[in-house]
Design a protein. Structure first.
Length: 271
């Protein structure tokens, strides 16, 4: 497959189990860049074996880390994937056909659709996991990632086309992986809130849990995916609740920030 002047950019830390699949799913990229924040599980060697250039950068938070990666890319057009994501063969073919025209125009970015694999198979009805639209393809001079530590987004102005075929997200191989991610993401989000001086309103917590569960289970159709849908809705609601409890603890006991960081680092979780 001929290469196109585009960089695949992936940020990693201890992603040995999936980085090879991710990199191999984009055979047309002229450059594959991995920005690693300190892996000790063979991620770097595997990435290099699969054709990637690896750059080390201590963890800055998701948004700043992606913006750093942008500065390291050799090409103006950049495709961003997480290590646990990969292009489907259908999307790889669609991108190979349509990218030359996109890159010749003045579009700032493009939307891709993500299909989530959960508990070993694709979700069929839960809306965020079926055809979720994410801006992952962009021109470096026309778009920039937000500076959020977590739940970052690509910011740009103007119209952006949408590609039809999906890319796949192997979402948390087990619930253990999910809970570890919840700990990390909640810590990052709470630190963002703390920096902004957000009030800790614990009285909202029970309502947040209930509304989050109903939103996902009923209105986002998770109930149609059976018990997997129940699990995903309950997990999302628990995450919404835990963030608020953890933030209340941060505000009430500032020393807990450093104490939690030490505990997370002992389990190789980078806050």
């Amino acid at each position: 497959m001929p290469s196109l002047p585009i960089t695949l950019a992936v940020i990693t830390r201890n992603e040995a189990a999936c980085i090879g699949r991710c990199l191999d799913s984009v055979p047309f990229a002229a450059e594959k860049l991995v920005v690693d924040s300190g892996s000790d599980d063979g991620t770097v060697a595997i990435a290099q074996a699969h054709g990637a250039r690896v750059v080390h950068q201590d963890w800055l938070g998701f948004g700043p880390q992606r913006n750093f990666a942008t500065t390291q890319c050799s090409h103006d057009w950049i495709l961003v994937l997480d290590a646990d994501e990969c292009l489907s063969p259908e999307l790889a073919g669609e991108l190979e056909r349509k990218l030359p025209a996109l890159m010749a125009g003045d579009a700032p970015a493009a939307w891709l659709r993500r299909r989530t694999i959960y508990m070993g198979r694709p979700m069929r009805w839960y809306r965020p996991n079926v055809g979720e639209k994410l801006a992952r393809l962009y021109h470096r001079d026309r778009a920039r990632w937000s500076d959020a530590r977590v739940h970052e987004s690509l910011r740009f102005e103007g119209k952006a086309p949408t590609f039809d075929a999906p890319f796949d997200h192997a979402n948390n191989p087990t619930l253990v992986h999910k809970q570890l991610k919840v700990l990390r993401y909640a810590e990052l989000k709470c630190r963002d809130w703390h920096d902004k001086g957000k009030p800790a309103r614990m009285w909202q917590a029970p309502f947040v849990y209930l509304l989050a569960f109903l939103k996902d289970y009923v209105f986002r159709l998770a109930m149609l995916d059976g018990w997997r849908g129940f699990v995903i809705a309950q997990t999302a609601a628990s995450y919404a609740l835990y963030k608020r409890m953890r933030y209340y603890e941060m505000v009430s006991n500032p020393a807990s920030v450093a104490e939690a960081t030490d505990a997370l680092n002992k389990h190789h979780i980078e806050p």
